[in-house]
Design a protein around this ligand. Structure first.
Ligand code: SF4
Length: 322
């Protein structure tokens, strides 16, 4: 694949995710500029080369795509534009979060987020979803975990080593929901362990939460073989467990980690880039969407939007207390 194709594939991927600007990675700046020049008529490219100063000293901003407002997906949107908060976004490194610095900067920018953009609404606070749940009579998270460990509702139990029901505070105010257990989780029976789990721990610490203070789980409770995408029948079979967990824990905020969890809970195919930044409602419970920590490890450019998302979650949590 030549430079132009790589640049196009990269930009299309970012656009699919709902982003309107990008930071170059996986390709040198010279490669990208060369690819762009190839798109121009030869004379224009020549003139551009002649007039271009030292490439290494050109500001990054000059190579950014023009800002294009993404299509709105919210119903009854309320403008928020927390520009001041965005300007203060601290460095949320995939490898190492500077937690104390982030806390300080978070406090400094807290007042910039006065209102939230309202997102999608799934069900309503008095909906019947919970009453239709086949596990409605199960009265504790531990009892539900036992059922999950013995579950044969879909074929995934046959290939997985351990069930991963979830862990944390059974009356947590924040509930983190990911996609499905991976290899490390399958080995240990615990959600979000390994490198991505460590990053989630740091992300939570940045908003003054420990893993013990939240409840962490996935849509699927057994690992799909080879980490393949969950199949619709598996999601259908397993979802009642998650619904019952939400019902019993009664979190004040749900943080959906990654495309799959977000789209499953919000019953939509809208790309994650367009679901971020709003407060959705899942049967009355505020739901905020952010990137999966494993995706953040692969795409450090998403550290800033992830920070904005967890700040929003913290803000909604704090608002619920006051
Ligand atoms: S993935 Fe869910 S539905 Fe499938 S066997 Fe495991 S607990 Fe049961």
């Amino acid at each position: 694949m030549d430079g132009r194709e790589r640049l196009r594939a990269y930009l299309e991927q970012r656009r699919e995710l709902g982003e309107s600007e990008f930071v170059l990675d996986g390709m040198s700046i010279d490669e990208a500029l060369s690819a762009i020049d190839k798109l121009r008529p030869a004379t224009a490219a020549k003139s551009s080369q002649a007039s271009r100063p030292q490439q290494a000293t050109r500001p990054l901003e000059a190579r950014r795509a023009p800002r294009v407002a993404p299509p709105a997906v919210q119903r009854d949107p309320v403008p928020v534009a927390p520009a001041r908060a965005a300007d203060r976004v601290p460095e949320v490194h995939a490898e190492s979060l500077h937690v104390s610095e982030e806390r300080a900067q978070f406090r400094a920018g807290e007042d910039a987020m006065k209102t939230e953009t309202q997102g999608l609404v799934v069900g309503n606070a008095n909906g019947t979803l919970f009453e239709q749940n086949p596990f409605h009579s199960v009265r504790s998270i531990n009892s539900l975990a036992t059922l999950i460990e013995e579950c044969t509702r879909c074929p995934l139990y046959k290939t997985a080593k351990h069930a991963v029901p979830g862990t944390g505070d059974q009356s947590a105010e924040l509930m983190c929901v990911g996609e499905a257990p991976g290899a490390n989780e399958d080995e240990t029976g615990q959600p979000f362990v390994g490198q991505a789990g460590g990053l989630l721990t740091k992300i939570l610490a940045a908003i003054d939460l420990t893993r013990d203070q939240v409840f962490i789980t996935n849509v699927l409770k057994h690992r799909p073989p080879g980490n393949r995408n969950p199949a619709p029948n598996e999601v259908e079979a397993c979802s009642p467990y998650l619904v019952r967990q939400i019902q019993m824990i009664k979190p004040k905020v749900i943080l959906a980690l990654g495309t799959f969890a977000a789209q499953t809970l919000l019953e939509t195919k809208t790309p994650i880039g367009k679901l971020r930044g709003a407060v959705h409602r899942y049967y009355g419970i505020p739901l905020i969407v952010t990137y999966h920590p494993a995706a953040l490890l692969r795409n450090p450019a998403w550290k800033r939007p992830t920070w904005e998302d967890v700040k929003l979650a913290r803000h909604v949590l704090d608002s619920a207390k006051s």
